[in-house]
Design a protein around this ligand. Structure first.
Ligand code: HEC
Length: 100
């Protein structure tokens, strides 16, 4: 299984309840927090893989920390998937007008 497919499975099981399956954060819990939207290009951090990994490891109220609950490998895969959601979600705006 590729990293993205693995990351997607983790995201859908552990993250989508707050972040929605498409990452837009429009859920009962996530909807109250602007930064729960992972695809609008607005980050509390800088939106880098490092910062996303830090958030997953440490959490940030009300998001639980996943350090110890996910392996390093799983965290890496989840980060890759979050960045992919971002690219294919909000990021498509940049691609518009360009060749696909
Ligand atoms: C209980 C709900 C909940 C769960 C489960 C959850 N999150 Fe979050 N997450 C949030 C909320 C709410 C925020 C915004 C918090 C804030 O304002 O700092 C957030 C923020 C983030 C951010 C930071 C965005 C930024 O702007 O920097 C990332 C990245 C993230 N979550 C990824 C994940 C991933 C990946 C998972 C699954 C492994 C996950 N979250 C699980 C609620 C959740």
């Amino acid at each position: 299984m590729g990293d993205l497919a693995a990351g997607q499975r983790i995201f859908e099981r552990k993250c989508a309840s707050c972040h929605n399956t498409n990452g837009d954060g429009k859920t009962v819990t996530g909807g109250r927090f602007p930064y729960a939207n992972l695809i609008d290009g607005v980050w509390r951090s800088d939106g880098s893989a490092k910062a996303i990994e830090r958030q997953i490891r440490r959490g940030h109220d009300p998001m639980p920390k996943f350090e110890g609950k996910l392996t390093d490998e799983e965290i890496r895969q989840t980060v890759a998937y979050v960045l992919e959601l971002f690219k294919t979600g909000s990021g498509t705006r940049e691609a518009e007008g360009g060749k696909q």
